[in-house]
Design a protein around this ligand. Structure first.
Ligand SMILES: Cc1ncc(COP(=O)(O)O)c(C=O)c1O
Length: 389
């Protein structure tokens, strides 16, 4: 089956976040939305068909979780990432960020701290801070070519014995980095020695691009497995964020017992009927879709690179190794934050995420979501080009 990613889907009337809060967030609603990380592509038929089949039964009482759910996740993770997971290590969680919030509440005492590495997905800061935990920042180091590395020297200088948790975006949002084995091993050693738990948020791991490979943090060493809580979901790859179908994998017995006990006590480990169905359908039937989607996204990225190179060379896209977000270096435009926003929003009529949201190092950047039909991207870039002219 050939999927049609060029099809324009009208999302009006669906309360789609990307569209419905434009006025509130950007001050106007005549914008092409290329911000929040969901796709403007139809969720694939094999998921919708599975959901519809259940809907047709029309009785949605309390429902148990089939063993098939855990077996399906185990198989997907092993087939795609070479990680042999025991099904007992897995639990449902009601969204990755709710998982992060849960870990903060279970493992980080009120006077303890959480480390994040900006520029990074901004809820990594908001969730611990919202739970009144102090956040320690270890900004990523920009390297030749525009990508980033973890700054281990700085990390050692900011960590103290109150640091209990580090949140890693793997692959990294917003820069699309697949962290190397060497980096992950070093990070695991560092955190293990200091009794720091690592959340490895791997929500973007099934969309690796241009031949890059995702390495699950927990697989790089015994130490990494001992200290990690990994989060995953089919939601980015199969555009099911609204269904809420995430999971956590915790190999270490002690961490797992404590975390799962808390989830169970609060019933956060109980998936709604449709979450289970969507995960099973996505992971059992989704490989052809995933491959076609990756190929379309790669072409979208090439399209953006070529367009910017030809018409707007002052904006430099960082080629992502994973996912559908492109980190645009706009520093050469020499605009301050307000002017940059004015250019994108009021002049070009585009809603992107501005880099500052992602923390230190994000100033002068914009994050472009290329998970949209190419015609929409072309229109957006034409508007940007015109605005700059
Ligand atoms: C790195 C990362 N983690 C988590 C999320 C949100 O996941 P959820 O909706 O499951 O909380 C996103 C969404 O953009 C993300 O990019």
């Amino acid at each position: 089956m050939k999927y049609d990613f060029d099809k324009i889907i009208d999302r009006s009337g669906t309360n789609a976040l990307k569209y419905s809060v434009l006025k509130e967030r950007y001050g106007r609603d005549d914008l092409i939305p290329l911000w929040v990380a969901d796709l403007d592509f139809e969720t694939p038929d094999f998921i919708t068909d599975a959901l519809r089949k259940r809907i047709d039964h029309s009785l949605f009482g309390y429902t148990t979780v089939p063993d098939e759910l855990w077996e399906t996740i185990v198989k997907w993770v092993e087939d795609h990432h070479g990680w042999k997971v025991n099904k007992e290590w897995i639990t449902y969680i009601p969204g990755v960020m709710k998982g992060v919030g849960s870990v903060v509440n279970v493992f980080v005492k009120p006077d303890e701290k959480v480390i994040i590495q900006p520029p990074v997905y901004y809820p990594f800061r908001l969730t611990p801070q919202g739970n009144e935990r102090e956040v320690v920042f270890n900004p990523l180091k920009r390297v030749e070519g525009g990508s980033y590395e973890i700054d281990f020297e700085h990390l050692a200088s900011v960590v103290d014995d109150k640091c209990r948790l580090l949140i890693l975006s793997n692959p990294h949002n917003p820069a699309g980095i697949c962290w190397s084995r060497e980096t992950l091993v070093k990070l695991a050693d560092f955190c293990y020695e200091r009794n720091i738990i690592v959340i490895s948020d791997e929500i973007h791991c099934d969309l690796t691009l241009f031949g890059n490979r995702h390495i699950p943090f927990a697989t790089v060493s015994e130490k990494a497995a001992e200290i990690s809580i990994t989060f995953g979901a089919p939601s980015k790859t199969f555009n099911t964020a609204g269904i809420v179908n995430s999971y956590a994998i915790v190999p270490n017995d002690t961490l797992r017992r404590r975390f799962f006990k808390w989830l169970e006590a609060n019933e956060f480990n109980e998936p709604p009927i449709f979450s289970t169905i969507a995960i099973i359908a996505a992971f059992q039937k989704g490989e052809a879709w995933r491959r076609q989607l990756i190929s379309y996204i790669e072409d979208n990225i090439r399209f953006v690179e070529d367009y910017l190179n030809e018409y707007i060379p002052a904006i430099k896209p960082l080629r992502p190794q994973a996912t559908f977000l492109v980190w645009l270096d706009c520093l050469e435009l020499r605009l301050n934050h307000k002017e940059l926003i004015d250019l994108f929003v009021n002049k070009a009529r585009l809603a992107l995420n501005d880099g500052e949201m992602f923390g230190k190092g994000g100033e002068g950047y914009m994050r472009l979501n290329v998970g949209a039909p190419r015609a929409v991207l072309k229109k957006a870039l034409d508007q940007l080009r015109l605005a700059l002219e």
